[in-house]
Write a protein that binds this ligand. Structure first.
Ligand code: AVI
Length: 315
């Protein structure tokens, strides 16, 4: 198996962090949550009772797989944006008609190699073409050695929701290019619902989500030499009904100065730094978003409670 390695460098990360700390209010990009520990913690989040997203999407994928396999042509090259643990991919590769190749694009090399290793054992007939890269930038795709039907972009988990509308549209446009004129994209979206349920999912009682959020500062201190006092920040996640999104902040518990690359950034006591958005969707808001990217919904599946949806998109 050949790994294409385009992992962000410390300079890439420091550049993004310096830009974010210079903004008012301050912000940090959520893509940097996923170092090895962050990917592990995210995996633990997906198993928390409050975090319904993964559980409901897995059941929905199982229930809809026969219909998905019918809607997607045989011999697909599956390209996944952000591979995670591979649990959903396993079900997809198992259910599709003779998939030829699988290209996961994942920012965390440890998580990528672990999941692709497991999938390679389970699917010896599927060519594994892993790419370690930040998929928010254009990524040159490896070409499968067997001829393929068409490309199926797989983007589960409502990861699309972690992007602001303009960035989500840019990503969807780049997916449209990746899938080509005959390709399809299977996208998971978390649906708008009772805010109590949504807020609980991002504030689990065991505190795993809080640890996941704070790990961002731990990894920045290690990887780019910043000096955030991690113990002086707390996790805060609230649902904005108006914007239909979870807004996650790290709130400084005291006045402090953080240093990075010879610069100093002051935090007031109580100052909130924005670190993640998790947008939720209605059919209407999702259709509007993808239309701007030149895509349309050709099939839709929801779980029985309308908590989570899978959408098959075409150019
Ligand atoms: C990966 N992504 C879809 C997760 C979400 O629900 O926004 C990341 C996450 N953040 C906190 N909990 C889970």
């Amino acid at each position: 198996m050949i790994l294409t390695d385009l992992q962000p460098t410390a300079d890439d990360i420091a550049g993004d962090v310096l830009a974010g700390l210079s903004m008012t209010p301050k912000r940090l990009p959520s893509k940097y949550f996923y170092d090895a520990r962050g990917s592990q913690l995210f995996e633990q989040i997906t198993r928390q009772p409050e975090y319904y997203l993964t559980r409901v999407e897995l059941a929905l994928l199982d229930a809809s797989m026969p219909a998905i396999a019918t809607a997607v042509a045989a011999h697909a090259h599956v390209v996944e944006y952000g591979s995670g643990s591979g649990r959903k991919t396993h079900r997809l590769l198992e259910g599709l008609d003779d998939p030829v190749a699988y290209t996961p694009i994942e920012i965390s090399k440890t998580a990528l190699l672990a999941s692709v290793g497991r999938l390679a054992d389970a699917f010896p007939g599927v060519e594994m073409l892993p790419v370690c890269a930040d998929f928010t930038h254009p990524v040159p795709l490896p070409q499968p050695s067997r001829g393929t039907g068409h490309t199926l972009v797989f983007f589960p988990g409502s990861t699309l929701g972690n992007f602001l509308a303009e960035d989500a549209k840019r990503l969807l446009r780049s997916m449209r290019v990746t899938m080509g004129p005959r390709g399809r994209a299977l996208v998971g979206i978390d649906l708008d619902k009772d805010p109590v349920l949504i807020e609980a999912a991002y504030n689990d009682a065991a505190g795993v989500t809080a640890e996941f959020t704070l790990n961002l500062l731990v990894r920045l201190n290690r990887d780019i030499g910043s000096d955030f006092d991690v113990s002086a920040f707390v996790h805060r996640a609230t649902y904005s009904r108006e914007r239909m999104r979870i807004e996650t902040h790290l709130v400084s518990q005291r006045a402090q100065d953080v240093h990075l690359a010879g610069r100093s950034f002051h935090f007031d006591a109580g100052e909130a730094m924005q670190v993640e958005y998790s947008h939720k969707y209605t059919d209407h808001s999702f259709a509007t978003l993808i239309a701007d990217a030149g895509l349309r919904v050709v099939e839709r599946w929801n779980d029985p409670q309308d908590w989570f949806g899978l959408r098959l998109l075409a150019p």
